[in-house]
Write a protein that binds this ligand. Structure first.
Ligand SMILES: Cc1cc2nc3c(=O)[nH]c(=O)nc-3n(C[C@H](O)[C@H](O)[C@H](O)COP(=O)(O)OP(=O)(O)OC[C@H]3O[C@@H](n4cnc5c(N)ncnc54)[C@H](O)[C@@H]3O)c2cc1C
Length: 220
């Protein structure tokens, strides 16, 4: 080496070398990466192991949700509770029977009043009548041809609802005198807890269900 020759920096030569053959370059990158990921420390966390900041499971973690033992799509019995036996509550009885058919389900409508009818049972002021034509204010599955007026009276609508419920055998799914006082979604069970006040026995009762239908009316 003469005094005029530049000093060769061995490190910069290695890192700036662009003439590494492709296969060697891959090997070089692989080796470099392995070196970077080499574990700095290993910490046992009781089941999982922390290796240099990365998690590696040495044992399967404890299962929080065990897999179901019944095959998928096996029908299970469901229980449905509806609050209120006004027009909506009566209609849902018939709809569920039609839609769910022979599937295993039970359905109960809890109604605080002594009878069905909702608005048309509770409101009895003079002159009460429907403000839409009666041929529109009726169940599509039970048209009446005997409305006495284009705008039927409240008592006539109430009577219509009671007759429709009897004809369709809807009343066997209704429990009157039961006021729902609270509903709670139980996350762990995936079910509703419904608390009711039994007006006849003057006792609070509880019942769980899979589905809850609120037909308690929007005009209270
Ligand atoms: C005075 C009045 C006049 C109306 N006039 C018309 C009209 O002319 N045209 C029209 O289209 N609509 C009218 N409406 C609206 C009418 O409420 C609806 O058309 C229809 O009655 C709604 O039916 P529903 O079953 O959803 O509710 P609702 O008829 O209100 O029935 C709800 C039922 O839920 C029960 N319930 C409520 N809370 C509980 C509880 N905690 N536990 C147990 N049971 C409970 C109630 O006792 C009731 O039986 C009127 C409403 C009122 C109040």
């Amino acid at each position: 080496m003469t005094a005029t020759q530049p000093v060769r920096n061995i490190h910069s030569e290695i890192h700036s070398n662009t003439s590494i053959p492709t296969a060697d370059a891959k090997h070089y990158r692989k080796t470099t990466t392995t070196a970077v990921e080499r574990p700095h420390s290993i910490t046992n966390l009781g089941g999982a192991t922390e290796i240099g900041g990365m998690m590696s499971t040495t044992k399967p973690p404890k299962r929080t949700y065990p897999p179901p033992t019944t095959p998928a799509f096996t029908p299970r019995r469901i229980h449905i509770i509806t609050i209120g036996a006004g027009p909506s509550g009566l209609n849902i009885i018939r709809t569920l029977r039609q839609v769910l058919g022979n599937l295993p389900f039970t359905h109960i409508v809890y109604e605080k009043n002594h009878s069905v009818g909702g608005t048309w049972l509770e409101n009895r002021y003079p002159g009460l009548r429907c403000d839409v034509p009666s041929h529109s204010y009726q169940f599509s599955w039970r048209p009446s041809r005997t409305w006495s007026n284009f705008f039927a009276s409240g008592s006539e609508i109430e009577q219509y609802l009671i007759e429709a419920a009897k004809e369709e055998d809807l009343l066997k799914d209704v429990r009157t005198g039961m006021k729902v006082v609270s509903v709670v979604w139980m996350e762990g069970k995936g079910r509703w807890l419904v608390r009711m006040w039994d007006i006849n026995t003057k006792k609070e009762v509880e019942e769980e269900c899979d589905f809850l239908v609120d037909a308690s009316g929007i005009l209270k």
